[in-house]
Design a binder for this molecule. Structure first.
Ligand code: PLP
Length: 386
């Protein structure tokens, strides 16, 4: 087996990341501690949130946010099927049922016009996904959530550094605009800690619950116990989890956050390069930002013309040493989602077409303009010349 010359994604770590890990190892404190606390403060400042709580993954962030929103057995949460599987799984961890609504064809994000008719007496929350980093229509979703008395949780797993225009000010995703926003730091995302996640919220009582639940329901953090000059014995107040981020991860995350603005600028240039090289191919749909929205360009997903065979196009790319991935999955099409484990409202035709026609091209910090030129040329060859 040969590895493709151009991988699909690859994280970039500077020498400062290795130095940060060495510093943590030498400190003797490797799990959740001072580095996690510093990373949380820095992310809170970056996104403009009063609180930020680090956890082990984006999925654990979603789980704890839904618990804070009061999602329990028998409840329903309105979300999208057209997404990585984690948000719907998190709904099911709470014993609740995901109710899938379709996406907008232009943005691949939840269609706010379809939300109100999906609401029942059991609906507790809306879980919107900023797909591939492109912000949802938060203004409409917030209006609907407030009007109907629902919590709004943002799956911002992909959206660190993305922005929306509110009034005349650009605000970062994670401020948060809903009741909580959940980030992932998996290596497929723009900012990575290997694995990791973060919840941001403006509600102090939610932040307090997050801090307890990520650490087994314990009433004081390890750091506080360690620093106490009198003997303290912890108590366990409610059912918690081990969802801690480690200081090793947080130290890497801090170096990634320091580099984020340059990573965002580079991604924006790369997306522009793809657009210029591909926009004249007939029938090929390219991702774009609507007015009032800045994506972080985490991924570049094109929509192939109806007559193209996605597998064949991917094979042609691979034959030229270029890795690619199918478009975003649909959760309701997976074996883990048998009938009865979910509900839908209004059909999922847009999601099904998006899945069938989607193709993700390589996009990562070290991808060179020459590589992008090669990718565009092979894609053109696959679609136009054959
Ligand atoms: C990556 C991702 C997640 C899960 O994040 P993990 O950190 O891998 O748990 C959740 N939702 C979406 C939309 C994602 O892309």
């Amino acid at each position: 087996m040969t590895v493709p010359r151009i991988p699909f994604a690859r994280p970039t770590f500077g020498p400062e990341a290795s130095a940060a890990i060495a510093r943590v190892l030498e400190s003797g404190w490797v799990t959740q501690g001072p580095e996690v606390a510093a990373f949380e403060r820095e992310v809170a400042v970056y996104v403009g949130s009063p609180h930020a709580c680090a956890v082990s993954s984006g999925t654990s962030a979603l789980h704890l946010s839904l618990l804070a929103a009061g999602v329990h057995a028998g409840d329903e949460v309105i979300t999208v099927s057209h997404s990585f599987i984690a948000p719907a799984n998190a709904v099911r961890y709470c014993g609740a049922t995901p109710v899938f609504v379709d996406i907008e064809p232009a943005t691949f994000n939840i269609d706010p016009a379809r939300v109100a008719s999906a609401v029942t007496s059991r609906t507790r929350a809306i879980l919107c996904v900023h797909q591939l980093g492109l912000p949802c229509d938060l203004t409409s979703l917030l209006e609907i959530a407030r009007r109907l008395g629902l919590m709004l949780i943002e799956d911002a797993a992909c959206a660190i550094g993305s922005e929306i225009l509110r009034g005349d000010k650009w605000e970062r995703i994670g401020r948060p605009h809903g009741d909580a926003a959940c980030f992932s730091f998996h290596p497929r995302k723009l900012l990575t800690t290997g694995d990791g996640g973060m919840m941001t919220t403006a509600r102090p009582e939610w932040d307090a619950a997050f801090r307890r639940w990520r650490q087994h329901g314990m009433d004081l953090p390890d750091l506080a116990r360690h620093a106490a000059s009198t003997v303290v014995v912890e108590r366990y107040l409610d059912l918690g989890f081990n969802y801690r981020m480690t200081d090793l991860q947080a130290a890497v995350g801090r170096t990634q956050l320091a580099a984020l603005d340059s990573m965002l600028a580079r991604r924006r240039e790369q997306a522009e390069h793809y657009r210029e090289s591909l926009e004249d191919i007939a029938g090929l749909g390219l991702p774009s930002e609507r007015p009032g929205v800045h994506t972080n360009w985490q991924s570049y997903c094109v929509t192939l013309p109806e007559e193209a065979d996605v597998r064949e196009v991917m094979q042609t790319l691979l034959d030229h040493g270029i890795a690619s991935r199918p478009g975003v999955m649909n959760i309701h099409e997976q074996p883990a989602y048998p009938a009865g484990s979910w509900r839908m409202s209004g059909g999922l035709a847009v999601a099904e077409r998006a899945r069938r026609r989607g193709l993700m091209l390589p996009l990562f910090h070290a991808l060179s303009p020459a590589d992008q030129g090669d990718i565009a040329a092979v894609l053109r060859h696959a679609l136009v010349d054959s």
